[in-house]
Design a protein around this ligand. Structure first.
Ligand code: AMP
Ligand code: GLY
Length: 424
């Protein structure tokens, strides 16, 4: 079969690579993809992820068996609805179901309806009303733009001044445009953060192994929020009981609730959770795979991903088999300056296949040489029996390279090591 992946980044590279391993698959295309992917045999197609008509025409011309959507923007633009109208198979939620990610207030209403544990919150469009609520609740408190903001529309405010500033930036100064015309003001949750993803087919859910992202730009969780600077899977200090609670009290009721309200969810459902002393609570839902979580989750998957997606599209039950031991860890290499204005066009080092697995994101190719072109440029992924071993492999490789014009966090996975050594 021929498969089309929609999207450009490291997440899509990891999905495409996994699907290419399947004996069922002849060609994997990625639109628009990036030139780094071609090193693994992915065929890139120069059609933007927002060009639904162009993608539909390509899918027909290239005899694509089914397509898979990586990022949230095409989902929220209704790409799944458009492909279905054209009688093409595609894996991902409809526009109506993707709203679980597209609107934080919608997600909050769903959680209330289904009694899914989450931070206490209230939605506002008026600055004065938000201000009153912030003053009543005190700090720390979390201010979130209602719509999509690429992980940057969330302010965890430690002081009242910061909280009011964030609310005013969004509601009065329109810093996030339409996304911030409505805000959610939310209770600050304390605890370890982790990502629980599941393949969902209506009310049937198939959980994946959990992972932990590193959202801040710099070591020690300092600096601005980013799309994610590194991840590892599984997360040893999150207990089975917490994961089970995440599946039973979050993922399953969310899937059931979406069906009940006439927005059945088919695709990957991502719950961002905080393990509080009261059990796991939701801080966000996404309607897709996470980036960089995917780059450490999918290498652990031993099942044939092309078969899994084929079965899900036929509404057949699937059985996921995972690596039984060890850890997968991934470190993002980003352009100097990211997540603000960043450098581009720096030469990137070569990574021979036997040295490391690399998933490319913001890259361009000039005369056969890869150069940086985006904020997050690539991720180096590795397996270790322990997190220390996986870390060592990656950092040894990275330190041996010329990484001029880029930076990466040196502490990916350290939280697990620190918590573990504290408890033993
Ligand atoms: P989000 O874009 O919703 O994932 O939020 C970005 C980051 O803000 C998260 O990764 C958390 O670290 C933090 N955050 C979001 N909501 C809360 C909350 N209610 N309590 C504490 N931290 C939060
Ligand atoms: N890594 C966080 C996300 O994909 O939303």
């Amino acid at each position: 079969m021929n498969v089309l992946i929609i999207g450009t980044g490291g997440r899509e590279h990891a999905i495409a690579s996994k699907i290419l391993q399947s004996p069922l698959v002849e060609n994997v295309y990625c639109a628009p993809g990036n030139p780094g992917m071609t090193r693994d045999g992915v065929k890139i197609v120069d059609i933007k992820e927002t060009d639904h008509q162009g993608l539909i025409e390509f899918a027909k011309k290239a005899s694509i068996t089914w397509s898979f959507v990586g990022p949230e923007i095409p989902l929220l633009n209704g790409i799944v609805d458009d492909f279905k109208k054209a009688e093409l198979k595609i894996f991902g939620p409809t526009k109506a179901a993707a709203l679980i990610e597209g609107s934080k207030s919608f997600a909050k209403e769903l959680m209330e309806r289904c009694q899914i544990p989450t931070a206490e919150s209230k939605t506002f469009t008026s600055y004065l009303e938000a201000k009153r609520y912030i003053e009543e609740k005190g700090t720390p408190i979390v201010i979130k733009a209602d719509g999509l903001a690429a992980g940057k529309g969330v302010v965890v405010a430690m002081t009242k001044a910061e909280a009011l500033q964030a609310a005013s930036d969004m509601l009065e100064k329109h810093r996030f445009g339409q996304s911030g015309h409505q805000i959610v003001v939310e209770e600050f949750l304390e605890g370890e953060e982790f990502s629980l993803l599941a393949f969902v087919d209506g009310e049937a859910v198939y959980p994946m192994e959990i992972s932990q992202d590193h959202k801040r730009a710099y070591d020690g969780d300092q600096g601005p929020n980013t799309g994610g600077m590194g991840a590892y899977s599984p997360v040893p200090h999150i207990s089975e009981a917490i994961i089970e609670a995440g599946i039973e009290k979050v993922i399953k009721p969310a899937a059931k609730g979406m069906s009940e309200i006439g927005r059945p969810f088919i695709g990957v459902l991502y719950a961002g959770l905080i393990a509080t002393s009261d059990g796991p609570k939701v801080i966000e839902f996404n309607a897709r795979f996470g980036d960089p979580e995917t780059q450490v989750i999918l290498p652990r998957l031993k099942s044939d991903l092309a078969q899994v997606i084929t079965d899900l599209l036929d509404h057949k039950p699937v059985h996921l088999i995972w690596e039984e031991t060890g850890y997968r860890l991934g470190v993002v290499v980003a352009a100097e300056g990211y997540p603000n204005q960043y450098l581009t066009a720096m030469d990137l080092p070569d990574f021979p296949e036997e040295e490391a697995t690399v998933y490319y994101a913001g890259v361009q190719e000039e005369k056969g040489i890869l150069k940086g072109s985006g904020g997050r440029i690539y991720l180096v992924e590795s397996y270790g029996e322990t997190i220390e071993e996986a870390r060592e492999k990656i950092y040894n490789v990275l330190e041996s390279k010329d990484t001029k014009g880029t930076f990466y966090r040196k502490d990916i996975g350290m939280k697990a090591i620190n918590v573990f050594s504290k408890n033993h």
